[in-house]
Design a binder for this molecule. Structure first.
Ligand SMILES: Cc1cc2nc3c(=O)[nH]c(=O)nc-3n(C[C@H](O)[C@H](O)[C@H](O)COP(=O)(O)O)c2cc1C
Ligand SMILES: *[C@@H]1O[C@H](CO)[C@@H](O)[C@H](O)[C@H]1NC(C)=O
Length: 345
């Protein structure tokens, strides 16, 4: 594979700046190891999983990548802040268990106390005898959030997540094409941490364009749901394949029926706009909406499923092997970068 070199690929020690975003309900730990083997970097979604499950994912990843006991595992773990607030105060805190396995990175998003977890990770690293240092990624949706994450918390990587993104994010985020330059402009020259751009990215040409724009890497979620390896069900993948431009919308109506409320202010999620949205638009109360949701589930209907997805659904209409999708994205990104430099010839 032709190497693309950016501050992110240097930090992660990989030849491709393409990152598999953590996707609760959508991605597996195995997908992170496949992406690493293909040249990128993958984030294991911690979602609602217990510390025992997370430990299991990491020990399995260690084995499948043949990483020696005691060495860092080249995958990340993506935690959702408001769920961490619950688990870290419970008898089964997850962060210490995960850190003890030495994942290369931790990805934090969607919580009121993310700064506290950044400090906890730094403290844990300071106590290590092997010098392992965890790279900390944080999702930011605006300039304010970027300045706080970089300045106050001292994270290593800013994940600039635009309004296009699938799953959860800032309900008032800028489109990615504006968000990346806005964040860069907010820092004095040379002081902005590397930016990973996320949201609606589904082609290699978009990846090339984002690198030219000043991102050091890209994180893709939805694009990797169109794979045999994604844990979305067959029915959910059929809906994704059929989805065209404009098939998604943002809101909290999906979480309300899904029983996944807890997001910080100014956050919601992007998913396939289906009868869940129609029920909500019709003004039905939550009880009635839940009843319909459960009935549809019981009947095996596809039009009231919660299918988190970004605006890129319009671009993709085939389920393929993750490795092949990854390799195509990377080589198309290389082609795009070549085209951009040829414009000057
Ligand atoms: C199914 C799904 C689940 C997601 N789960 C998480 C998560 O657990 N943690 C997180 O930080 N982001 C999550 N996200 C958002 C991703 O981090 C990323 O920002 C997003 O996928 C980028 O937009 P795209 O889906 O259009 O590529 C999820 C996204 C999707 C589509
Ligand atoms: C919530 O949505 C996810 C993704 O569609 C699904 O896997 C999960 O089963 C849903 N939970 C409920 C309670 O419906």
């Amino acid at each position: 594979m032709e190497r693309i070199t950016t501050p992110i690929t240097e930090l992660l020690g990989v030849p491709s700046p393409i990152i598999l975003a953590p996707m609760a309900f959508g991605a597996t730990a195995e997908m992170s190891t496949i992406v690493y083997q293909a040249g990128g970097f993958g984030m294991i979604p911690a979602g609602f999983d217990s510390s025992a499950q997370l430990k299991e994912y990491l020990t399995t990843a260690r084995k499948s990548l043949s990483i020696a006991e005691g060495a860092a595992i080249p995958v990340g773990v993506g935690f959702i802040g408001w769920i961490l607030d619950k688990t870290e105060a419970s008898p089964d805190p997850r962060l210490p268990t995960v850190l003890a396995q030495r994942p290369a990175a931790i990805w934090l998003a969607f919580g009121a106390s993310l700064g506290r977890y950044v400090a906890q990770i730094r403290e844990f690293d300071a106590q290590r005898t092997d010098g392992h240092r965890t790279l900390i990624f944080t999702i930011v949706n605006d300039v304010e959030g970027a300045l706080r994450a970089a300045g106050e918390w001292g994270v290593d990587v800013l994940v600039a997540q635009g309004i296009e993104a699938g799953g959860h994010g800032g309900s008032e985020a800028l489109p990615l094409l504006s968000l990346v330059p806005a964040i860069r402009a907010a820092f004095p020259p040379g002081t902005c941490p590397p930016i990973v751009a996320a949201g609606g990215v589904s082609t290699g040409a978009q990846i090339g364009a984002l690198l030219v724009l000043g991102a050091s890497g890209v994180a893709l979620g939805t694009r990797f749901l169109y794979t045999h390896e994604s844990c979305y069900t067959k029915e959910m993948k059929e809906v994704l394949v059929a989805a065209t431009w404009g098939a998604t919308t943002r809101g909290l109506m999906f979480d309300e029926v899904n029983g996944t409320m807890g997001w910080p202010p100014k956050h919601n999620g992007r998913a396939i706009a289906n009868k869940i949205v129609q029920d909500w638009e019709a003004g039905l109360g939550l009880g009635a909406r839940l009843e319909r949701f459960e009935e549809s589930k019981g009947r095996g209907e596809k039009d009231r499923l919660v299918i988190w997805a970004g605006v890129g659904v319009g671009m993709t209409d085939e389920i393929r092997a993750l490795k092949d999708v990854f390799e195509e994205l990377h080589s198309d990104a290389v082609k795009a970068l070549r085209v951009s430099s040829s414009l000057l010839a």
